[in-house]
Design a protein around this ligand. Structure first.
Ligand code: SER
Length: 319
């Protein structure tokens, strides 16, 4: 990777991936694009360009202008938002991918596109979910993710495009809030722990989901894209996980630092039914074997860091 383009750079992952990649590959070699001017402003220590990822012509011009060799396609409407307007989610999620793949084909770029635990469905084995298994998701988000995995593999075998992907679990971070995801509660709980010492969970007790702290997610992006292609048996997409917990477990971890922290419940039926259709915990040995995946943060280490960083934001009046 020398000249990198990040599409959807203002989102939850993109907004941290940009500085991470700029730190490794050089500030001027990582171009951030997004629709939102304010989000681009926050990334303007290096090149930023306003782009609607569905505008293929402009997308292609930017790739040519900056001599891009790697595209990170981070555009997506998340699972709960997707259910509000399924056809809009299909249009955006698949449209951004279609443009990324075609532009990569024409300009010899590699493409990273995140897939998700959302690619699985109710009839997938929920515990130790294998790498290769039944994938019949019941959300439009999941339908886009499975379609995207297949399309990316197709572009690899048919046109030789270097497509790679991971199935991210819920990503927990302290910079940009996620929006409209089923796993968002695991971010919100830290913010509310600092602000109110209380959190009302929209997922019920015993709802186990895979999760990951952002620094590990960023490492996964770099490690996979730098991996020796000869070692990749899979491509689109690798199961990766760092931890699996339910709301009671994360609350118990927070109580080690804030003993009076209160957790109660007000279950969101849409999110709950989505969460019920996803794995409790994935098995990620193919990623470990094929490109050395090895996360650094577990629930307790992540909780220490999240509480510390969110408290700083609170003290500075940023939240
Ligand atoms: N975090 C995503 C969501 O909840 C899953 O990939 O929609």
């Amino acid at each position: 990777m020398k000249n990198i383009l990040i599409v959807g750079a203002g989102g939850q992952i993109g907004s941290e991936l940009v500085p991470h990649l700029r730190g490794i590959y050089g500030v001027n070699n990582v171009v951030a694009t997004d629709l939102d001017d304010n989000k681009l402003q926050a990334l303007s220590d290096g090149p930023v360009v306003k782009l609607d990822a569905l505008d293929g012509e402009r997308f292609s011009d930017i790739v040519k202008k900056y001599n891009i060799d790697t595209i990170f396609n981070m555009v997506a409407l998340l699972s709960a938002t997707g259910e509000k307007d399924p056809m809009l989610a299909w249009k955006i999620n698949m449209g951004a991918l279609e443009n990324s793949l075609n532009i990569a084909k024409d300009n010899k770029c590699a493409v990273f596109t995140p897939s998700s635990i959302g690619a699985f469905g109710p009839n997938t084995p929920h515990d130790n979910t294998p790498q290769d298994t039944i994938m019949h998701p019941t959300t439009i988000y999941g339908v886009c993710k499975v379609s995207g995995e297949l399309l990316s593999n197709y572009y690899h075998t048919r046109f030789g495009v270097d497509t790679r992907s991971v199935r991210f679990p819920g990503i927990i971070s302290n910079v940009t809030l996620p929006g409209g995801g089923t796993t968002d509660y695991a971010v919100e709980i830290y913010y509310d722990a600092i602000r109110y010492n209380k959190y009302t969970s929209n997922l019920g007790k015993d709802t186990f989901l895979d999760m990951m702290y952002m620094p590990d997610a960023l490492d996964a992006c770099v490690q996979l894209m730098e991996a020796d292609p000869a070692k990749l048996i899979h491509r689109n997409s690798f199961n990766i996980t760092a931890m699996s917990f339910d709301p009671e477990m994360i609350a118990a971890e927070i109580r080690k630092h804030n003993p009076d922290f209160i957790l109660d419940y007000n279950v969101d039926e849409v999110k709950q039914s989505i969460a019920n259709s996803w794995p409790n915990s994935m098995e990620d040995k193919c990623a470990r074997e094929e490109w050395g995946w090895n996360p650094k943060y577990d629930l307790s280490k992540m909780t220490v860091d999240m509480l510390e960083k969110v408290k700083i934001k609170f003290d500075k009046g940023l939240i």
